[in-house]
Design a protein around this ligand. Structure first.
Ligand code: F3S
Length: 66
């Protein structure tokens, strides 16, 4: 499982990196970005849950699970 943020959609609401700080960070202007390659470790169900939570909480629907 992988996560991706659409830079065109992201408006910098910051919920992704609040809810899933292991998976998302912020750039200098507060826009979300994935940590590393955006890979969600398959042996970490809590991170999978956090990824789904981030998807459902992004008001711009900017986060995608691949
Ligand atoms: Fe951007 Fe959505 Fe996160 S708008 S900063 S991807 S919560």
């Amino acid at each position: 499982m992988k996560v991706r943020i659409s830079s065109e959609r992201c408006q910098g609401h910051g919920r992704c990196y609040d809810l899933a700080p292991d998976l998302f960070g912020e750039d200098d202007e507060g826009y979300g970005q994935v940590v590393g390659e955006g890979v969600v470790p398959s042996d970490k169900p809590d991170q999978e849950r956090a990824a789904r939570l981030a998807v459902s909480n992004c008001p711009e629907r900017a986060i995608e699970i691949l």
